[in-house]
Design a binder for this molecule. Structure first.
Ligand code: MN
Length: 290
C-alpha cells in the first residue's frame, strides 16, 4: 500500500456502475454519467494526483441475468484495483452493485473486515420474500449466500456477524428474522439518535478493517432527494458527513460504495453535491490518517 501513496493522499479509483435494472425506478442507471457530466471527476482531480475513473454500463436485458454478470465484472475490477494498492470507490447505480463491490474486496483483501451498511432498508430480501421483486432489495442477502442459484453468492462473501445495518427504518418481517438468524447488528434511527452517529460508527467498525456501503436513501430525503425509494426520517447529511469523514480518513477503511443516486429526482443538484462531498472527504483526508 505504502508504495502507491502519492504526496497528495492514497491512490483511488472511482468505479461508476450505470445500472438501474435492480430498481423499480431505473433512473439511477444515469447516476454515474450525470455526475461525470456535472464535472465531478475534474474537480476531484484537482485534489489528488492519483485518481482513476472507470465506468461500467449495464447492457439491456433481464435483471436476473444481467446483474449477476455485471457484479462478477465489477468484482474483478475492484479486486484488480485493490491489488494495485488503490482505494476503490464504487458509485451506483442501484444498490445491487454491492454484490460485486464486496465480492471484489473479499477476493483482494487478505484480512477480515467488517461492513457498515448504511441504508433505509435492510436489503435482505430473496425473490420469495420480496414484495417488489426488485434486486436492489436483495444484495445483502445475496452476499450472505441466500437466494436462488445464480443470485446467491457461493461461497458466501460475508457472514452476518461481520455486518452492521445502520439507519434502517423500512423492512419486511422476513428480513428482520434474517438479521436475528444471521447475527447482523441492527442500529435503527432511534439507536443512532441515542448513541450519536460517531459513537455508533465507532462501535460498528470495531478495531479492525472495515468497508462502508452507503445507500443514499439512508439520508433524510430533505438532504438527499435524488433517490428512487425515499424514506422519511433519515440521517441528516451534515451529521453523516461529520461522522463519516474521520472514518474515511482511516487506513483501516478498505473501500467505499455510494449507491442509488437518481439524478431524475434530484433537486438543485443537492444529492449530486453530497455524493461529491463524501468522495472528496475520502480523498482529502487520506493524506493524513489519524
Ligand atoms: Mn440499499
Amino acid at each position: 500500500m505504502e508504495a502507491d501513496m502519492t504526496g497528495s493522499g492514497r491512490a483511488m479509483t472511482i468505479l461508476g456502475v450505470g445500472c438501474g435494472l435492480g430498481a423499480r425506478d431505473g433512473g439511477c442507471a444515469d447516476g454515474p454519467r450525470a455526475l461525470r457530466r456535472g464535472g465531478m471527476g475534474e474537480r476531484l482531480r484537482g485534489l489528488t494526483e492519483d485518481l482513476h475513473c472507470l465506468e461500467l454500463q449495464a447492457p439491456l436485458g433481464d435483471a436476473q441475468t444481467v446483474i449477476p454478470r455485471l457484479a462478477d465484472h465489477l468484482a474483478t475490477l475492484v479486486a484488480k484495483e485493490c491489488g494495485r494498492g488503490r482505494f476503490p470507490i464504487v458509485i451506483g447505480g442501484d444498490h445491487s452493485c454491492a454484490m460485486g463491490t464486496w465480492a471484489g474486496l473479499r477476493q483482494a483483501h487478505g484480512a477480515a473486515f467488517r461492513l457498515i451498511w448504511i441504508d433505509a432498508h435492510m436489503d435482505l430480501h430473496t425473490p420469495d420474500t420480496s414484495p417488489s421483486g426488485a434486486l436492489h432489495g436483495m444484495p445483502l442477502a445475496c452476499l450472505l449466500g441466500l437466494g436462488p442459484p445464480g443470485l446467491a453468492r457461493h461461497p458466501p462473501v460475508l457472514t452476518g456477524t461481520e455486518v452492521t445495518l445502520m439507519g434502517v427504518r423500512s423492512w419486511e418481517p422476513e428480513e428482520e428474522a434474517r438479521t436475528s438468524r444471521h447475527g447482523i447488528r441492527v442500529m435503527g434511527m432511534a439507536e443512532l439518535k441515542r448513541l450519536g452517529l460517531a459513537a455508533a460508527l465507532a462501535e460498528a467498525t470495531g478495531p479492525g478493517d472495515f468497508g462502508i456501503s452507503l445507500d443514499l436513501d439512508a439520508i433524510d430525503p430533505a438532504d438527499a432527494p435524488g433517490v428512487g425509494t425515499p424514506a422519511p426520517g433519515g440521517i441528516r447529511a451534515d451529521e453523516l458527513l461529520d461522522a463519516l469523514a474521520p472514518l474515511l480518513a482511516s487506513p483501516r477503511c478498505i473501500g467505499l460504495e455510494i449507491a442509488e443516486y437518481n439524478p431524475h429526482h434530484d433537486i438543485d443538484q443537492r444529492t449530486a453535491a453530497l455524493v461529491e462531498t463524501i468522495v472528496e472527504a475520502a480523498i482529502r483526508s487520506s493524506g493524513d490518517p489519524p
